[in-house]
Design a protein around this ligand. Structure first.
Ligand code: SF4
Ligand code: SF4
Length: 96
């Protein structure tokens, strides 16, 4: 798939996540309560974030919420996982 189209889908997914967090927190709570696994700090979900070092470490980890594109709730559901990581979705430790 074209890179621009993929980026648009990712942007729509980010908007979806923001809206769900703001207006449907019960959905987020429900999905996170069903989620299994722990974050392995692989940083795959950080993508090309400007605050990600070349070694794959977050440069602002303690204050990462100042970055409006950073979601500590990731992945909120399977769709989020699929859209954000695509073929690398298996790299994430979280499952439902
Ligand atoms: S700010 Fe968030 S998305 Fe960016 S590198 Fe840090 S943890 Fe990853
Ligand atoms: S992809 Fe999954 S396991 Fe890796 S840093 Fe993101 S949330 Fe954690």
């Amino acid at each position: 798939m074209n890179k621009k189209i993929i980026q648009k889908i990712k942007n729509i997914n980010r908007l979806r996540t923001k809206l769900l967090i703001k207006y449907f927190p019960f959905y987020i709570d429900y999905k996170l309560s069903k989620r299994k696994g722990d974050c392995g700090d692989c940083s795959f979900c950080c993508g090309s974030c400007k605050d990600l070092s070349k070694k794959g470490k977050c440069l602002i980890y303690e204050n990462r919420l100042i970055n409006s594109n950073c979601f500590t709730e990731f992945p909120i559901d399977k769709l989020d996982l699929l859209i954000t990581l695509g073929k690398y979705k298996e790299m994430c430790n979280y499952r439902w």
